[in-house]
Ligand binder design. Structure first.
Ligand code: ASP
Length: 340
């Protein structure tokens, strides 16, 4: 049987970093390091792979929306030459990129597996080997047609994933959805949860980094803080607020409610997410949240911050207007939320 062919895109992140006197920094030459790492092993269980290294490797905390365009273009340019893709990415913003890729490339007819590590491949004891080798095996499977994060012993839907631990090797979770699979002695996939295959329509827009804002509410928040943010963001088209519990804002703060309403009237899409680590927004379960319904704020259902932020960027960059975004934001495009 013909071996599957997988393209590894190396964008940066801890997995390929080396120590410096300033801490870990990205390093070129991952392909050679990988070959020497694998020397002496029978490679029967692995697909054929090639490594494409980005010209400018980044610590993913430096990621900007233009990087999604770079990664998306790279996927589009190589889509038909490979059976699957592994994206090596820093963990800090991995969930944002995995979410964005799920919107850019949908539906999928092959796997896109996003991974990285907490300890670099260059270290003797690391989680890079396992994450990378498991991801290569996943990228060669016939039954995965979606963007996944493979990390630690978990296989997660990319647009449901969140980095939940800064030190643990199981750094990611999908708080509002069961894991798609587990990596133990065997790789067990919940095939009942996987997205159906389709013919991809790969759309890679340019993004305006100023388009989406995030504002976290806190006890005693002064409306002037939000006003200053909005006044200084003339290009903003969407605002995510992070409220409490099932989507409750301090509605007794009428000046704050007024700012939110004004933002909506000026054409911004205002979306309400919860600060809770899991569970959906049910805007209106309490009278406090019902205020947001009255002033045109959209409840974000069980979307993660990462999936919401990237979805807003995606819809705006594709030319959707505010009314269309309000109507569709909480409906799933590719499994990112439960829908109504
Ligand atoms: N700062 C690193 C990055 O996101 C962390 C990591 O990769 O684990 O690139």
């Amino acid at each position: 049987m013909m071996k599957k062919r997988v393209l590894i895109l190396y964008t940066g992140g801890t997995i390929g970093m080396v120590p410096s006197d300033q801490g870990y920094v990205p390093m070129t030459g991952l392909a050679d390091r990988l070959v020497s790492r694998l020397q002496g092993f029978g490679l029967d269980d692995l697909p054929e792979y090639e490594v494409l290294e980005f010209g400018q490797l980044i610590d993913s905390s430096n990621l900007v929306p233009a990087d999604w365009t770079r990664i998306g273009n790279c996927l589009r340019d190589h889509w038909h030459q490979y059976d699957g893709f592994v994206i090596l990415h820093g963990t800090d913003t991995m969930a944002y990129t995995a979410s964005m890729l799920s919107y850019m490339v949908q539906p999928l007819d092959k796997p896109v597996i996003v991974t990285g590590s907490q300890i670099p491949l260059a270290e003797l004891r690391n989680d890079a080997d396992t994450n990378l080798l498991t991801s290569l095996q996943l990228a060669a499977r016939d039954d995965i047609h979606e963007v996944c994060i493979c990390f630690g012993n978990r296989i997660l839907r990319g647009n449901r994933s969140v980095k939940v631990n800064s030190m643990d090797l199981a750094a990611f979770d999908s708080p509002n959805m069961p894991w798609l699979g587990t990596v133990g002695i065997n790789i067990d996939i919940r095939t009942d949860l996987l997205q159906p295959a389709g013919i991809p329509d790969i759309q890679v827009p340019e993004f305006d980094a100023d388009a989406v804002l995030v504002f976290t509410l806190y006890p005693g928040v002064n409306h002037r803080v939000l006003k200053a943010m909005l006044d200084n963001s003339p290009n903003a088209r969407a605002l995510i607020i992070r409220s409490y519990g099932v989507g409750n804002p301090p509605d007794a703060n009428q000046a704050l409610m007024h700012e939110l309403e004004q933002a909506g009237l000026r054409g911004l899409v205002v979306v309400n997410l919860t600060q809770c680590q899991s569970g959906p927004v049910v805007q209106g379960a309490y009278a406090t949240g019902a205020t947001l319904n009255r002033i045109g704020v959209v409840g974000g259902s069980d979307l993660t911050l990462e999936a919401t932020f990237t979805k807003l960027h995606w819809l705006l960059a594709r030319g959707f207007d505010a009314a269309a975004i309000r109507a569709t934001l909480a409906q799933p495009l590719c499994g990112e939320c439960q829908g109504s």
